[in-house]
Every structure is written in structure tokens, then in C-alpha cells.
Design a protein around this ligand. Structure first.
Ligand code: ADP
Length: 480
């Protein structure tokens, strides 16, 4: 089966969040199921620089006002089709905005063009590639099934994966005329969304099936608190909505071999984590004592609940803990952490920016990982935490509640706990969870058993890939 995976980011070429990890890892995980994935990505400046040998598949003289080419390439085991369109993608900054965090004003055009080109390619109308099924990710690629729907009488089967329903690609109705869609598409059953156009909405209407990245989130987005305006549509399509929890790349994230760790280790040599802990403390200017070392690796945003953590830092430090934060995003949240480091030198440290090697070291050295998200479609950091024996302390929501087993009385007695959950997400429940973690940390046997259990939890892609494979096969069967 040939699947065209359409994604606006893919690890290791370009990454701003979990979507890149998923798009990067799923192709290899699907290979054993006889599914050959080709990944369709934008030719951002950062991506083009990493390509070595490329073959031109097709040229678009005018793709939404710009010349563009489709290039076939491969990189670290990924088969790629890259949309080389300098007018849209050769820019200084990130995939979606400039270095100041301002969205590119023509994002609607950039990602409509991207989705249009992917739809042409999938149908075999742009080069010699042709897909059996398309798998698109998030709003940036969501228009692909919509283009197919209006271009083909019997559209290719398509799956859309929602990594975060908060990002919807909503634009003014005035752009509709430039989207190369038939006038009939501008209605409730098509692309129209609260008077404007909605890219994610159009994809959710058009795709054969919808997946999201955990079973709990698949249920949550049926509710107004989580559906963010799309709950009606999700409910209407509930029979076609599936929750498949993400895995992680267990080669890249392997404490036995990870080159970013000062000391590699396995479940039976947990003591070696100590050297990594010291390395983390050195990097953040933190005291070397026995206090519980809590870490955060995250976008600093309201979604992630880090404003709540910032509010409780004095109390958490008073409990004897140390806190290290790696993240970037909301400047107010960032500032709250920076001022806390000044109040508590040696107890709180922050590194702002994006630092992949440091994120590995923190997982391999900190005692626990805090994830106080208000909502979390799947979450990857808690999966890395499990794999690295960095015990996750998480909000009970979305994928966090599906992947961490709370250390409550029953779980402790039966020996299945892998971390701590709290809900609702409030300053008080967060601190209460930290207190519970401190108590468990105080008992060496309990703590190391929990670490080892986490490390032995299957967080690989195998089970998730099975879920995608089953879904893809059922859609192909429906078509024949
Ligand atoms: P989201 O996709 O909502 O940001 P996830 O937990 O699904 O959250 O994925 C976040 C990914 O980005 C993880 O791989 C995490 O390690 C990584 N990450 C987040 N912030 C940073 C950072 N500042 N430096 C390095 N890696 C980061």
C-alpha cells in the first residue's frame, strides 16, 4: 500500500512540536505492515539545506501565484517529496512565522498551495508518483482531502490526524476566491466556518476517517471545552473518529545508547542516572543536594498549564524541590520563571529556546517531569519520561491520562503505577501531586520500582502502527 503522508513538519528535517515526531517515526513503524509511506513536506530553507540528491518530479509554473517544483529525495530512511517553492518557503524564521513569533500573513496561501500540490501528486497528476491513500496532519495539510473531494468523482481514501484541535487554520472569507475550489465548496458542509474559511474544518468534512492522538482526546473533543467550535462536526462524524495513541522513536530515545547523556543506563543500572543529574544541575546552575529534581521540557503556553506552575514555584521550592525548565513561547510565562530563578538561585533554573540535546539530558537526569497541561492531545514528553525513568507527574487529561498510571493506593499495592496524575488542573492539585511524589521519592525501593516499570512500558510505535494499519486497510477495502 502506498501512502502519501502530508505534513508541515517532519523530524529530523524540521520540528516545532510533536507533529514532527509522529510524521518522522510513523513511516518506519508502518513498513512491517507492507505500507510504504512517502512524506510530502514544504521546502523550507532549513529543509532544502539538508537535501543531498534530489530528482525533479514535476514543475508547477504557477502554484497559487508562484513557480514551484516537486522534488523527490530521501533523508535518514524517509522517502520524501519536497515542495520547493522559494516564494512561500525560503524564508528566515520558523515554518509558520517570523523569528518574532508573528504568523506569516500569507499562511493561508502557503498551506493551500501545499495541500493543493499534495492532492495533485497523490492522484498521479504531478510526476510519476501515485498514492493508494493519503494521510494528512493538522490544518496545514487539511485542505488536501478537500481538494481531492472536489477534483475526483471517487476520491482517494484519506485519513486526517488531529494533533491539536486548537490550531484550526481559520481565515477571512475573502481568501476563498483564491483557493481554486468550486463555489459549491463555500458552505457548511465544505470549507465555510463561522462566516470565514476553516482549513481544518474542510479536511474534517472531506476525509474518509479522522484520527486523533489518544482515545481520551478523541472523546474530549466531542465536548465544547475541548472541541473549540468543532465539537458539533466531531459528534456528527463520531463513527469515523478514532483515537490512536502516539508512540516514540525508541532508537532516538534510548537511555542505553543516547549520545546526549553523560552516562548511559538501563533499568538494572539506574544509579548511573546520578551523573546525568549532576550534568543537568551544572547546566542550570542548580545545587547538588538530595531534593527532588523536577523538570519541564515544553512550549511555554497556557495550554501547557505552565502559568499555574510558575504561580506555585515558591511553594514547591519550600518543599525542598529543585525545578529546571527548558522552553520557549509566551513571554509572560517565561518572565515569571526568570524572576523565580532570581528569587531562588540554585533552586530554579531556566534555559529558554529550543535545545534537543538538552531535552534528552534532562529526561536522563531529572527525577521527575512535570506536565500540568490544561489539555493535551497525546503529549510526548511523558512518554520520553517513562522510557528514561524520569517519573511523569501529569494532568489527568487527553493522552496524559491514557499513558501514565497514577500511583494511587490500588496501583501502588498491585505494583502497576508509573507516575502521578492530578485533576482538575489547579495550583493546589499540582502541589498536592508534587507532595505525593516527594513522599514516594523518600522511599528508594518504591521510587526505583516505579522508574523501572516506566522504562519497561511499551511506548514504541508498534501498537500505534497496528492501529493505523488496520484503519488504512479497512478504508481501502471499503473502496473496492
Ligand atoms: P506539543 O506538540 O504540544 O508541543 P508534545 O509533548 O506532543 O507537545 O511534543 C513536544 C515535543 O517537542 C517533544 O519532543 C519535546 O521534547 C519537544 N520540545 C518542546 N520544547 C522543547 C525545547 N524547548 N527544547 C527541545 N525540545 C522541546
Amino acid at each position: 500500500m502506498k501512502v502519501l503522508s502530508v505534513a508541515s513538519e517532519v523530524f529530523p528535517l524540521i520540528k516545532t512540536g510533536g507533529l514532527a515526531d509522529v510524521a518522522g517515526a510513523l513511516p518506519a513503524a508502518l513498513e512491517p505492515f507492507d505500507i510504504a509511506v512517502t512524506t510530502f513536506v514544504p521546502g523550507y530553507r532549513q529543509v532544502m539545506k539538508q537535501l543531498k540528491k534530489v530528482t525533479e518530479l514535476h514543475a508547477f509554473p504557477d502554484l497559487f501565484g508562484a513557480p514551484a517544483r516537486l522534488l523527490s529525495a530521501s533523508r535518514r530512511g524517509l522517502d520524501l517529496i519536497v515542495l520547493d517553492c522559494p516564494d512561500f518557503f525560503d524564508r528566515v524564521g520558523g515554518p509558520y512565522g517570523d523569528d518574532a513569533g508573528q504568523d506569516w500573513p500569507d499562511n493561508w496561501r502557503r498551506f493551500a498551495a501545499f495541500s493543493f500540490a499534495a492532492a495533485e501528486c497523490a492522484q498521479g497528476r504531478a510526476g510519476n508518483y501515485q498514492a493508494d491513500l493519503i494521510h494528512v496532519h493538522d490544518w496545514q495539510a487539511a485542505m488536501t482531502p478537500a481538494y481531492l473531494r472536489y477534483a475526483m468523482t471517487d476520491p482517494l481514501p484519506s485519513v486526517i490526524t488531529i494533533h491539536n484541535i486548537a490550531f484550526q487554520g481559520q481565515f477571512a472569507a475573502s481568501v476563498f476566491g483564491d483557493l481554486r475550489m468550486p463555489p459549491t465548496a463555500m458552505n457548511m458542509d465544505g470549507i465555510e466556518y463561522y462566516g470565514g474559511v476553516g482549513f481544518l474544518k474542510a479536511g474534517l468534512q472531506a476525509a474518509s476517517a479522522i484520527t486523533t492522538v489518544s482515545p481520551t482526546y478523541a472523546q474530549e473533543i466531542r465536548l465544547p471545552e475541548f472541541g473549540m467550535g468543532l465539537e458539533g462536526l466531531i459528534n456528527a462524524r463520531a463513527a469515523n473518529v478514532h483515537g490512536i495513541v502516539n508512540g516514540i522513536d525508541t532508537e532516538v530515545w534510548n537511555p542505553r545508547t543516547d549520545p546526549h547523556l553523560r552516562s548511559n543506563y538501563k533499568p538494572s543500572s539506574l544509579k548511573r542516572r546520578r551523573e546525568n543529574r549532576v550534568a543537568v544541575e551544572e547546566r542550570f546552575g542548580i545545587d547538588h543536594d538530595d531534593g527532588l529534581l523536577l523538570s519541564v521540557v515544553s512550549r511555554l503556553s497556557w495550554q501547557k498549564g505552565l502559568d499555574i506552575l510558575a504561580e506555585m514555584l515558591d511553594e514547591i521550592v519550600a518543599l525542598g524541590c529543585k525545578v529546571v525548565v527548558l522552553g520557549s513561547g509566551d513571554s509572560q510565562i517565561e518572565q515569571a520563571f526568570v524572576t523565580a530563578t532570581q528569587r531562588h538561585p540554585g533552586r530554579i533554573g531556566i534555559v529558554t529556546g529550543y535545545d534537543e540535546p538538552l531535552s534528552h539530558l534532562m529526561q536522563g537526569g531529572a527525577d521527575a517531569l512535570l506536565v500540568p497541561s490544561r489539555f493535551e492531545p497525546c503529549g510526548l514528553t511523558q512518554l520520553y519520561g517513562l522510557r528514561y525513568g524520569c517519573v511523569p507527574i501529569v494532568a489527568r487529561t487527553g493522552g496524559l491520562s491514557d499513558t501514565v498510571v497514577d500511583h494511587n493506593h490500588a496501583a501502588a499495592v498491585s505494583g502497576v503505577a508509573t507516575g502521578f496524575q492530578f485533576s482538575p488542573v489547579t495550583p493546589e492539585t499540582l502541589v498536592h501531586a508534587v507532595r505525593r511524589a516527594i513522599a514516594a521519592y523518600g522511599d528508594d525501593k518504591t521510587w526505583s520500582a516505579m522508574q523501572r516499570r516506566g522504562m519497561r512500558t511499551d511506548v514504541s510505535w508498534t501498537r500505534s502502527a497496528e492501529g493505523y494499519s488496520r484503519l488504512f486497510n479497512s478504508l481501502l477495502q471499503d473502496r473496492t
